[in-house]
Design a binder for this molecule. Structure first.
Ligand code: HEM
Length: 140
């Protein structure tokens, strides 16, 4: 079980590296005026989105394995697990949202400001904090 938990944490951390960095690229893209620089940033964003999508899958599979396979967090008295799963669903939605925004940049249709993307970039920070506190402290 500890090997599965270790792999879960490694892939969660790797997925979050992408969730933190991709919106940062969007901040730069929203400010960028030079066509060549914009093209390079879009290429970086596309490659990063593909890679972080690959990392998200094992992060979730190992989490589900701990929950459904080993029964950790199953049954009554584990509201922390339900709250954590709600946050995971929001994080997967955020991940997908990054894909939609990337497509808008690729089509040159982005209308949002770099300030909007700076706030957008804070969402995974709050998500990580909440999910880790729920799973480590298990407050309810
Ligand atoms: C489908 C999604 C997920 C499921 C079903 C899941 C389930 C679990 C379970 C059952 C454990 C073991 C808890 C324990 O041993 O007390 C665990 C550990 C952990 N999970 Fe997840 N998880 C998921 C996604 C995530 C995400 C997205 C994060 C980070 C934001 C995360 C962070 C952690 C951490 C840090 C631990 C280690 C906690 C410890 O060792 O005390 N998990 N997860």
């Amino acid at each position: 079980m500890l090997w599965i938990k270790a792999l879960h944490i490694v892939f969660v951390a790797s997925w979050f590296a992408g969730l933190f960095y991709l919106p940062r690229i969007f901040v730069n893209l929203a400010m960028e005026k030079d066509a060549t620089a914009t093209e390079r940033l879009i290429l970086m964003a596309r490659k990063l989105y593909r890679f972080m999508s690959l990392l998200m899958i094992p992060a979730l599979i190992f989490g589900l394995w701990l929950w459904l396979g080993y029964g950790i967090g199953k049954g009554p008295g584990n509201a922390w697990m339900h709250a954590k799963l709600a946050i995971v669903v929001l994080l997967v939605g955020y991940h997908h949202g990054c894909g939609v925004l990337l497509k808008k940049f690729e089509r040159g249709e982005n209308k949002r400001s770099h300030t909007w993307y700076r706030w957008f970039n804070e969402v995974p920070v709050i998500g990580l904090l909440a999910a880790v506190v729920l799973v480590v402290v298990k407050p309810f």
